[in-house]
Design a protein around this ligand. Structure first.
Ligand code: HEC
Length: 141
């Protein structure tokens, strides 16, 4: 390989890895992308972010925002990182939550604000109840 083409190859490799690094940094900047894997605390924080987004959008009647947050929350539930316990009860609670999120999203798309608000109250109750369950379960061990 000539001296010059060797440098060309090096320049391409360096350029490509810089591009890749930039792309993956940008990728990680998108808050609701489940992959690449993030620390569990950060993953759980995203649940909270979308739930807070839901309160805001349900309060102001922004139904488009509601369905977007609901759909992203629904995706988080499908992520393997969601399955912390894996017990039948945990799986059942997760399935119930997914149904509630689906109803919330449907109500928002059908522009039924009151139905979406009700589904949200149901949803928040399930956050509390599952956290209590997880806490109790750990104390028993
Ligand atoms: C099916 C059970 C389940 C449901 C439903 C659930 N979570 Fe969680 N959540 C967990 C588990 C398990 C953890 C991790 C606890 C740990 O690792 O100590 C967690 C942790 C969190 C955390 C991190 C704070 C902490 O104590 O570590 C936040 C924030 C959170 N959840 C928000 C929510 C919100 C908001 C909802 C409702 C939209 C929700 N969760 C519904 C199981 C659930």
């Amino acid at each position: 390989m000539s001296y010059r083409s060797k440098w060309t190859v090096i320049a391409i490799v360096v350029g490509a890895s810089l591009l890749l690094a930039g792309a993956s940094a940008a990728f990680q900047g998108v808050p609701d992308t489940p992959a690449p894997r993030v620390p569990r605390a950060e993953f759980m924080q995203r649940k909270l972010d979308h739930t807070q987004g839901l309160v805001a959008d349900l309060s102001s009647g922004d139904l488009k925002g509601v369905s977007q947050h609901a759909d992203k929350l629904g995706l988080l539930c499908l992520d393997e990182q969601w399955n912390v316990l894996g017990s039948p009860e945990y799986l059942e609670r997760s399935a119930t939550l997914r149904r509630t999120i689906a109803e919330l999203s449907r109500a928002a798309r059908e522009e039924k604000l009151d139905r979406a608000q009700l589904a949200f109250l149901d949803l928040v109750g399930q956050c509390f109840s599952c956290h209590n369950y997880v806490r109790d379960d750990r104390q028993k061990r």
